[in-house]
Ligand binder design. Sequence first.
Ligand SMILES: NC(=O)c1ccc[n+]([C@@H]2O[C@H](COP(=O)([O-])OP(=O)(O)OC[C@H]3O[C@@H](n4cnc5c(N)ncnc54)[C@H](O)[C@@H]3O)[C@@H](O)[C@H]2O)c1
Length: 277
Amino acid sequence: MANNLLAGKVGIISGALDERSIAWKVAQKAYAEGARFVLTNAPLAMRMGEINKLSEECEAPIVPADATSMDDLEKLFSGTQEHFGGKIDFVLHSIGMSTNIRKGKHYGELNYEWFQKTLDVSALSLHRMLAVAEKQDAFNEWGSVVALSYIAAQRAFLDYTDMSQAKAVLESIARSYGQRLGKLKKVRVNTVSQSPTKTSAGTGISGFNAFYEYAERMSPLGNAPAEACADYCISLFSDLTRFVTMQNLMHDGGFSTTGISEEMVEAITQVSGGSEA
Ligand SMILES: NC(=O)c1ccc[n+]([C@@H]2O[C@H](COP(=O)([O-])OP(=O)(O)OC[C@H]3O[C@@H](n4cnc5c(N)ncnc54)[C@H](O)[C@@H]3O)[C@@H](O)[C@H]2O)c1
């Protein structure tokens, strides 16, 4: 049910690749809540053509931008302001990519050039976006930036390899730039740490099904679906959360603060033949 929470707001939504993408759901919900926005993704991702469907559905122009290119990002932010004839109220950073994960490298054999690329694409790109926005004075006061993260920033999940470090850097950039933009423009910057979600990026991780099932059994509310993540992002773009900034916000059905669950006790008891000390 839409409540016009984003009426009059203008934004940039990155990372909608296909219908499973978290950014895809954010775009649909932002549109339903009255926002107008530009969709952006890496030029390579555009070739799949899926994003055109979303663009039509949400009446949103597409501006291709590689999130590691300052030129592309400058055009993205200036183009968005030109198109809408004014400044920007919200940005969704929904970008992640690791060649080490794609190539199935385990944590002990990471390729360092790819590691640097992972950090550049998945974390420094947030800094780049915000630096460009600052330079162009692109934000309206009380704007809001959300970047998507994962709990591997705080806890070891070895199959997530170099993306763990990328998420730790991403969350740190959100805090530092949140402080800067808060002072400069009253703009807030937060990360949302989302449950494992069956998207192109998610299912590309080796062992994904196991940690999806593990998180599902550990979380009292179950894994948060992409649609619910999108709802949370909308609330963070809305005026209802104007003083929430520099936070890593857990959107995980309670996973991060659960020690053990009944479902896990049952599963382990079954495996160990029900033996109790
Ligand atoms: N799926 C999960 O389990 C999960 C859990 C927590 C957080 N996240 C995070 O959510 C975000 C969105 O991922 P998703 O799960 O919706 O998967 P997705 O594959 O749909 O989205 C990832 C996006 O990053 C884009 N991208 C990659 N390289 C880029 C570049 N150089 N420039 C611009 N865009 C680029 C891709 O084209 C794609 O659209 C990512 O930051 C991801 O790490 C995902």
